[in-house]
Design a protein. Structure first.
Length: 115
């Protein structure tokens, strides 16, 4: 019985370490996705060290550090330029998959908003 408990403890510890090791990789992947989807052309994520690359301040969108989406369906329609949000259209159509959008939103929500 003690032998089985030790094996179970080792197994759970190993799984926890694997999960912890994948967190930075997932964050790096989401940050890369943010850049490759060209979100950084208008938006900064200061909490992750991502600066907006806008050509003019008129084009600059909000810093998305710590952004939490409460209605992902509405946000996705807005980003894909299928519906306005707060009477405003998104400037560029998001071309990624729903899974990628979920990954981006999870990453952004996990960051602390910068003052």
């Amino acid at each position: 019985m003690v032998y089985m408990r030790n094996i179970l403890t080792l197994l759970l510890t190993g799984l926890a370490l694997i999960a912890l090791a994948s967190v930075p990789a997932a964050a790096a992947e989401a940050q890369e996705l943010f850049v490759t989807q060209k979100c950084s052309l208008c938006h900064a994520v200061q909490a992750a060290g991502v600066e907006a690359k806008v050509k003019s301040e008129k084009m600059k969108g909000p810093d998305l550090s710590g952004y939490v989406a409460t209605d992902v369906d509405t946000l996705e329609a807005f980003l894909r330029k299928e519906a306005p949000l707060n009477e405003t259209d998104h400037k560029r159509a998001y071309e990624g998959s729903r899974e990628e959008l979920d990954q981006l939103l999870k990453w952004l929500a996990g960051l602390e908003k910068q003052n």
